[in-house]
Design a protein around this ligand. Structure first.
Ligand code: CAA
Length: 395
């Protein structure tokens, strides 16, 4: 077993850390409190290659592995989770979905702009009445011969106000259940696409989350992704990788909170010595460090399995489930270590605590991750088979 990162991994991590600390940190408090979309920061992330890290060089991407993407996500998430969710959705849902399941014409048309960040994308699965129960899609795509007619409402859409392309999941034949669902590439400026107001959220406040309405939108046949009826599988398979991105975000949030708490604890004195020298705080830091390391193992392992083209759906679910729980716990502890200072914006940890919560909700709630893991266990006769011993083909 090898725990060593390559020179390339280390360089990616350092570049992301420099960018996050020098370019994202200075304005992050203001952007968060005033819900200002990080326009300049997104442009810079595009220029630096963070928005298409795993896209093949032939389409203008970085051609990097999933672990590189995870390391970049981790560093950006220590500082600005509105930016890291944009990186995550663009890379692991939109770019990966189009590159893996799109046809040659779709890839040539859309991928170069997604990879450069010129086009930010959205993943439009959730609906007012279909969140966790994703098979109950109410959005319809009626086959009209040369095009589909799209009608419905999607909500909680990350990048909803700024994205130029939407990957939309819709029901084409309700009688077929999930096999009657299709996925489409929809351009945001097509007639009939309407964007609702920006959500005012607890965390990741400067990212733009919107409801999107589709009203008699004509979607050309060539914009369907994959074979007829593949849309639900497309969403599930794409979300498996998305969950690694959100797990990396949670890992970064916990790591960022730990770094701030440890630095503060070494500096702040009480009863004649740094508070880190008091067992009450030292033990908190010890527990935080241990849980973050455990979470790192799960997240890196899921990324490694994906890069080995092995089955990673359960591993991704485990990584997201655990890393998001750790992020929530550790950010609460980081605020506690800071005392009153932790409760004010200037010290950054209260923002990380608010940001942590969404990692337990989006791209499948913690309850859905447990459903995915438990179904996998049951499938294997109630035996938990360590995923590293699997050598199944990527499902
Ligand atoms: N990977 C691959 N295939 C999967 C899969 C996975 N993780 N989960 C399900 N499937 C397949 C199943 O194998 C099945 O295929 P077959 O019929 O060929 O066997 C098919 O999909 C249907 O699955 P189920 O029978 O298990 O369907 P279900 O309705 O009982 O449950 C679910 C499905 C797992 C609960 C699913 O609905 C789900 O994952 N829900 C959560 C949705 C979600 O994550 N939403 C996030 C929104 S996107 C977002 O947050 C983006 C953003 O902007 C940040």
């Amino acid at each position: 077993m090898e725990f060593k990162l390559t020179e390339e991994h280390l360089a990616v991590r350092e570049a992301a850390r420099d960018f996050a600390q020098n370019e994202l940190k200075p304005g992050v408090i203001e952007r968060d409190s005033k819900m200002i979309y990080p326009t300049d920061q997104v442009r810079m992330m595009g220029e630096l290659g963070f928005l298409g890290m795993m896209v093949s060089p032939e389409y203008g991407g970085g051609g990097m592995d999933t672990l590189s993407y995870v390391l970049a996500m981790e560093e950006i998430s220590k500082v600005d989770n509105s930016c890291s969710v944009i990186v995550s959705v663009n890379n692991s849902l939109v770019a990966w979905g189009v590159e893996t399941y799109g046809n040659e014409a779709q890839k040539a048309k859309y991928l170069p702009k997604i990879a450069s960040g010129e086009t930010i994308g959205s993943f439009c699965l959730s609906e007012p009445e279909a969140g966790s129960d994703a098979t109950s899609q109410r959005t319809t795509a009626v086959d009209m011969g040369d095009h589909y007619l799209l009608n419905g409402t999607k909500n909680w859409i990350t990048n909803g106000g700024t994205s130029k392309i939407h990957l939309v999941i819709a029901q084409t034949n309700v009688e077929l259940g999930h096999r009657g669902i299709n996925a489409f590439i929809v351009e945001a400026d097509w007639e009939g696409v309407a964007i609702g107001a920006k959500e005012d959220k607890l965390g990741i406040r400067s990212s733009d989350t919107h409801t999107i309405m589709y009203n008699d939108v004509k979607v050309p046949k060539e914009n369907r992704i994959g074979d007829e009826g593949f849309g639900f599988k497309f969403a599930m398979k794409t979300l498996n990788g998305g969950r690694i991105g959100i797990a990396a975000q949670a890992l970064g949030i916990a790591g960022g909170a730990y770094e701030l708490a440890a630095a503060y604890a070494n500096e702040r004195k009480a009863f004649g010595k740094p508070i880190s020298a008091h067992q009450a705080i030292a033990f908190k830091l010890a527990k935080m460090a241990t849980e973050i390391e455990a979470s790192k193992m799960l997240v890196y392992r899921a990324a490694w399995l994906k890069d080995q083209h092995m089955d990673y759906s359960s591993a991704a679910a485990m990584a997201k489930l655990y890393a998001s729980e750790v992020a929530m716990r550790q950010t609460v502890e980081a605020v506690q270590i800071h005392g009153g200072y932790g409760f004010v914006k200037e010290y950054h940890v209260e923002r990380l605590m608010r940001d942590a919560k969404i990692t337990q909700i989006y791209e499948g709630t913690s309850e859905i991750q447990q459903l995915v893991i438990s179904r996998d266990i049951i499938k294997n006769g109630n035996l938990y088979i360590p995923v590293v011993n699997h050598n199944m083909e990527n499902a």
